[in-house]
Design a binder for this molecule. Structure first.
Ligand code: SF4
Ligand code: SF4
Length: 331
């Protein structure tokens, strides 16, 4: 059997060693059911996942987070709704666990209270797409709120209409002194013109690769990730329900069980309900383009990437990308 050390030279082996001890155990938390936007295609609202009674007592949140820490969670991924509408809850997580906060960036977090909280700002394209899908050009506001912030990046969700037009958006992000990570829209509300065609995905893969070559200090990405997310294929296997690693442990009745995130849960804002997975409970898995689920899919399948040096390097790059995005290693 091939071993890691036999496949890698010293530089890559050192990179491997740096990530191999991280032992990331993430779970996802809906911090609130409310949002200051209502984007078309928002998986949270389109799947009705907001229809639980939100826990309002911050003490209950604190106790819950302590329990989660006791369960072995070492990465809290905060989503919503819009988490920054409930800063006391965000702070409760931050004080107890390594925490990442997804936000639309309309509200500026207080860096005096949360100096190194990793913030991922959602962005759905250029100004015109954002107006169609989200009702306003959020970049104009979020880029002012977070310009130059060393613990912030844009999570740029590319839509089919953006193919061929990504560069101006990346340039704006460069100018704001921020980083960017790309993922793809999963058109959960079937908005006309926003579903993917195979040829668009092919073109997009090349465009993503080109952007990474051109803006390596701004793009937090890897070409292998581009390949897997645009093709939905990894090592001859197709992404979908039978392969997805990001399924809540207590709802995972798949047989045989695929490699999955250990003890992963996605909790609703009532702190009792769990959702099926890291994204929409009503999404058809065969059309799912969730970026984190694809990254995790690669990460939990290390053994399959030990067939060759190139495969293992690809795996390391994706792991490093994830570790950077969630602040386990520096950019
Ligand atoms: S900002 Fe995020 S949570 Fe709010 S509606 Fe848009 S996608 Fe949904
Ligand atoms: S919708 Fe996506 S993330 Fe959720 S279970 Fe299906 S494949 Fe996994």
């Amino acid at each position: 059997m091939k071993t890691v050390s036999s496949l890698l030279d010293k530089e890559w082996y050192d990179r491997y060693k740096r990530i191999s001890t991280l032992n990331i155990r993430s779970s996802i938390y809906d911090v609130t059911n409310r949002c200051n936007l209502r984007c078309k295609g928002c998986f949270f609202f389109s799947s009705g996942e907001h229809q639980v009674e939100e826990e309002m007592d911050v003490k209950k949140w604190e106790d819950f987070i302590d329990q989660e820490k006791g369960r072995g969670v070492n990465l809290a991924i905060l989503i919503g709704g819009e988490p920054t509408l409930c800063m006391d809850r965000v702070e409760a997580f931050y004080k107890r666990l390594p925490t990442y906060c997804a936000t639309n960036g309309l509200i500026k977090i207080d860096r005096k209270k949360l100096p190194d909280l990793m913030v991922g700002i959602s962005l759905w394209g250029g100004g015109e797409d954002e107006k169609i899908l989200r009702g306003r050009d959020t970049f104009a506001i979020s880029s002012k709120n977070y310009a130059g912030d060393p613990y912030t990046y844009y999570l740029y969700t590319i839509t089919p209409r953006q193919v061929g037009k990504i560069e101006p958006v990346i340039k704006q992000i460069v100018d704001a002194g921020l980083k960017v990570h790309l993922q793809l829209l999963s058109n959960d509300e079937s908005v006309d013109g926003f579903s993917w065609q195979t040829s668009e995905l092919k073109d997009l893969r090349h465009e993503m690769d080109e952007m990474l070559d051109k803006y390596p200090r701004t793009m937090i990405s890897s070409k292998y990730y581009h390949e897997v997310i645009t093709t939905g294929m990894m090592m001859g296997r197709r992404f979908g329900w039978n392969e997805c690693p990001s399924v809540t442990e207590s709802m995972d009745n798949r047989k045989p069980q695929p490699r999955r995130l250990i003890h992963f849960f996605r909790w609703a804002a009532d702190l009792k309900t769990v959702h099926r997975c890291c994204t929409s409970a009503t999404r058809d898995c065969s059309t799912c383009k969730d970026g984190a689920a694809h990254m995790s899919w690669i990460m939990v399948n290390k053994r399959e990437h030990m067939k060759s040096t190139e495969d293992l390097k690809n795996w390391i790059e994706v792991y490093e990308m994830f570790a950077k995005l969630y602040s386990f290693i520096p950019w």
